[in-house]
Ligand binder design. Structure first.
Ligand code: QV4
Ligand code: CA
Length: 473
């Protein structure tokens, strides 16, 4: 439940809207060597919305639990999971189980399942679900049936989230259906899930589903007795009745306050010292799932606001570097596509067909894909985080313009907002010469017997130093 099952790797990349065929190739050609595991977009059959020009969010309106989506067929999905597992890259699915489609929708999805949620109808024969499997209207204390009062848990959890139908998680039938979907993923070899909209589900209903799950399959390389890894999307901004700690027994929780904190910290380095604020209610480190930005808040959807994204590359590199260098939480980094409006779907071949991710000769992506996970700083800092895993931060130093700390006696990190620094600092490292992995060892530090070193940074675009025992050079 709390072990990502990723063979000790510490970073997940969210390959937002990638096709299964591209992810399989990316596992083999890049993710395995770079030390990542990967989250994928919802694999379930979903509504298709030409009237909204096939927005990315159509996949958050499931029609059934068939593995047939804009990213590919079930055969493609299984092939991806198996190929990724065989090179040690574990896959995590974005699981949408609070709801099915929006209210007022009907049609036939691409996997062939029909759906009808018009008026009082709640017909999803592909599962099957029908009206009695949805939260009775009298359980929702809201005039129009929509979630609109975050101070009232019954409103948040029993009403329609942005007009989406609401599954009645109290019922054994619904728990069995959701567990059946998850056990299917487990049997294929998926290592865990993000539970979408977990804040809108009762923790005991999530627990009841998890209690029905099988162990991960040994034939996909998981040690016997391995449990599905779970991280739950709970947006707690100190702004409502629902707190992240209600979900600790059922897995990790997304810590959205970290997104705002790291944004402030990069703007004003002095704030980096106060990044983790338990007084502010931030999740404890061994339950916190953190990221600088996600697929919603990078485009102003749920929990949007002041976050740093790939659109500001210099700041973004610093934000991700700091996130991966410090010791709080389990980390995920974003892999995006360029967009002009917040509904826009992924690069396409026209209509509904998602375009391939193209890889340029220099290793960057083309065709409208950003591929932050392939940027130099991200790649190097993933190497750093994996190598210093298990150590804590110490020798913390911050003068408001530059920041530095060590990770046990395994690593040392420094970053300079203006692009340069020159300081004599305690590195915590054994005596010796260490090179900076960020600039491919063009610069280095000499650590004395007392652990002190002269630390110089002179690099405007990537003003970062990361050295570690056993990396680079
Ligand atoms: C609209 C109107 C309704 C109207 C309806 C009918 O609001 O009044 O009746 O149309 O046409 C989409 C549309 C939204 C639409 C809704 C239902 O944007 O306008 O209602 O569909 O048809 C994503 C998008 C949403 C999208 C949803 C479903 O962000 O815009 O809604 O997918 O397609 C809170 C939650 C948090 C949530 C966040 C967005 O606490 O859990 O809001 N985040 C997760 C996902 C997110 C996803 C969902 C939850 C829903 O990360 O990506 O929403 O699965 O903070
Ligand atoms: Ca609900």
């Amino acid at each position: 439940l709390y072990d990502p099952n990723c063979n000790g790797k510490q970073v997940m990349v969210h390959l937002f809207e990638w096709k299964w065929t591209d992810i399989a190739a990316e596992c083999e050609r890049y993710l395995a060597g770079a030390g990542f595991c990967g989250q994928v977009s919802p694999p379930t059959e979903h509504v298709i919305l030409p009237e909204n020009n096939y927005p990315w969010w159509q996949r958050y309106q499931p029609v059934s639990y068939k593995l047939f989506s804009r990213s590919g067929s079930e055969a493609d999905f299984v092939d991806m999971v198996h190929r990724c597992n065989s090179v040690g890259v574990r896959i995590y699915v974005d699981a949408v189980v609070n709801h099915m489609t929006g209210t007022g929708r009907s049609g036939t999805a691409d996997g062939g399942s029909t759906y009808n949620s018009v008026g009082d109808a709640r017909d999803f024969p592909g599962v099957p679900y029908s009206a009695e499997h949805f939260t009775p209207r009298d359980q929702c204390p809201s005039g129009d049936g929509n979630v609109n009062d975050y101070s009232n848990p019954a409103n948040v959890r029993n009403c329609y989230l942005v007009s989406l139908t609401d599954l009645y998680g109290k019922l054994d039938y619904v728990r069995d259906a959701v567990a059946g979907y998850f056990n299917h993923l487990i049997q294929v070899g998926v290592a865990g899930i993000r539970i979408d909209a977990a804040k809108h589900m009762w923790p005991e209903d999530i627990a009841a589903v998890l209690s029905r799950l099988n162990d991960l399959p040994t034939d996909q390389g998981f040690p016997a007795g391995s449990k599905f890894y779970v991280f739950q999307e709970v947006i707690d901004q100190n702004d409502g009745a629902i707190k992240v700690d209600e979900y600790y027994d059922t897995g990790y929780v997304t810590e959205f306050r970290y997104c705002s904190k790291i944004a402030w910290g990069i703007k004003d380095y002095g704030q980096l010292s106060n990044l983790i604020d338990y007084g502010w209610g931030m999740a404890r480190s061994d339950r916190a799932f953190i990221f600088t930005d996600n697929h919603d808040n990078q485009r102003g959807h749920g929990g949007g606001g002041n976050v740093i994204t790939h659109e500001n590359p210099r700041d973004y590199k610093q934000a991700v570097a700091y996130t991966l260098a410090q010791d709080y939480g389990f980390t995920r980094i974003m892999s995006s596509y360029f967009f002009e409006n917040s509904d826009q779907g992924p690069p396409s071949n026209g209509g509904y067909s998602t375009a391939d991710v193209t890889i340029n000769a220099d290793g960057s992506c083309g065709g409208g894909w950003v591929c932050e996970h392939r940027w130099n700083v991200m790649k190097k800092m993933v190497e750093f985080r994996n190598l210093v895993a298990g150590t804590t931060m110490s020798n913390y130093w911050n003068n408001g313009n530059a920041v530095a700390f060590s990770r046990g006696n395994q690593g040392f990190f420094a970053m300079a907002k203006q692009g340069s620094m020159s300081e004599t600092l305690q590195t915590g490292l054994p005596a010796g010469s260490y090179c900076n992995i960020i600039d491919d060892c063009a610069s280095s530090i000499q650590v004395g017997a007392d652990g002190m070193a002269q630390v110089n940074i002179n690099n405007y675009e990537e003003p970062i130093m990361a050295v570690c025992v056993g990396c680079g050079g």
